[in-house]
Ligand binder design. Structure first.
Ligand code: SF4
Length: 376
């Protein structure tokens, strides 16, 4: 009763502004509520309102006293990333250009899918969101449009979470949605492991049962190969799945395509980190492999990839390169992709060809931002 009175007469002159409320866990919010003299249960209540009910302003949280809402509006400003551009493709893919609070833009993609049974009947829907962790990227992969932007800045945990809330809202997906299987891939702009703390905090927030309630098993984090962070990630409790963007099977070629290769110890260090990664009982590590015509798509490349993966519980996602302006590569032929996949499978390595999605809507990551595309 006393805490309720304290809450109503609260005048938190000494309390500090709340940084990044969308990136805070219930306990963090409870601690901040305590600074206001509010009871701890407010923390979980606010978390649930932000993450599951997806309110878009403090004023929408009717369970909070009006004075509390006014204080929060003054002390803890936040907003979801705004939709600056929305590009829908015929296959249902929707690519978003999202504007952050300071005007920087990032890209996020909605990828709907249906799962069919052997008779071709649609069993259920599956949705994947691809989100960004940095505005731009410092890694400089030579086949990537985002690399041309350089690094503008890393995102906060709340900005990463905000992309997911924005896309759930735009596509009417409820928190913990039963029939709708929501997958999340950290594969948009930026290198997640160069923004490690914010990325892992966003995972904790998004997987909390009182919030969006995503399953860690349905989240994949894709790295270009930051070796020390692969080990750290492996030790995280309830961690998502790991994908490593490989793209070459010799140090010479990988260095040319991904100039971070040498500084990270080369392919030997990357393969050692992959081998040391503690996989769950039915888990596989994913190699992402972007196929570039005449560069890394030969059968010899496929054989080296299989050899590199010997003894490793891995699978390969093959991605036919998405052409981008000013980038001097060409997409592989369908025959080369099929032959590459056959060679991997013949070597006992599961390999899947990722369907190109939304090609007509600037599907190569970084294209929207680089071209300044903002039309609705
Ligand atoms: S492929 Fe990924 S890691 Fe490489 S430059 Fe592009 S966004 Fe960065």
């Amino acid at each position: 009763m006393e805490s309720r009175r304290a809450e109503l007469r609260t005048a938190p002159q000494h309390a500090e502004a709340w940084e990044d409320p969308l990136g805070l866990m219930p306990d963090d919010l409870a601690a901040r509520a305590g600074e206001f003299g509010w009871p701890r249960f407010r923390g979980r209540q606010i978390f649930n309102a932000l993450q599951a009910q997806r309110v878009q302003s403090w004023d929408e949280i009717a369970a909070l006293p009006q004075r509390a809402r006014q204080h929060l509006a003054a002390m803890a400003p936040w907003s979801w990333p705004a939709v600056a551009g929305r590009f829908a493709a015929a296959d249902g893919t929707v690519r978003y250009l999202l504007r952050l609070g300071d005007g920087e833009t990032v890209e996020a993609v909605y990828l709907p899918d249906e799962i069919f049974d052997a008779e071709g009947r649609a069993l259920r829907r599956r949705t994947t969101f691809c989100i960004s962790t940095q505005a731009g990227c410092p890694v400089n992969c030579q086949f990537c449009m985002t690399a041309r932007l350089g690094l503008k800045r890393s995102l906060t945990a709340g900005e990463i979470v905000g992309q997911v809330l924005r896309l759930m809202h735009e596509h009417g997906i409820a928190a913990g949605a039963g029939g709708e299987r929501l997958n999340l891939v950290y594969m948009g702009m930026g290198e997640p492991f160069l923004n490690y703390a914010a990325v892992m905090q966003s995972v904790r927030v998004l997987t909390h049962g009182a919030g969006a309630g995503l399953s860690p098993r349905r989240i994949t984090i894709s790295t270009s190969g930051i070796v020390d962070k692969i080990a750290r990630f492996g030790a995280e409790p309830n961690r998502p799945r790991l994908a490593i963007s490989l793209n070459a099977t010799t140090d010479e070629l990988r260095q040319r395509l991904m100039p971070l290769n040498r500084a990270q110890g080369g392919l030997a260090a990357l393969a050692a980190a992959a081998r040391a990664f503690p996989l769950g009982p039915r888990e596989r590590l994913t190699w992402e492999y972007v196929l570039l015509a005449g560069v890394n798509d030969s059968l010899a490349d496929a054989r080296r990839l299989a050899a590199l993966s010997a003894g490793l519980r891995a699978k390969v996602n093959l991605i036919a390169w998405n052409a981008g302006p000013e980038i001097p590569f060409a997409p592989p032929s369908p025959d080369a992709v099929a032959a590459f996949q056959r060679q991997l499978r013949a070597s006992g390595l599961p390999a899947y060809v990722r369907r190109p999605r939304g090609r007509e809507v600037y599907a190569a990551c970084g294209q929207l931002s680089r071209q300044g595309v903002v039309a609705e």
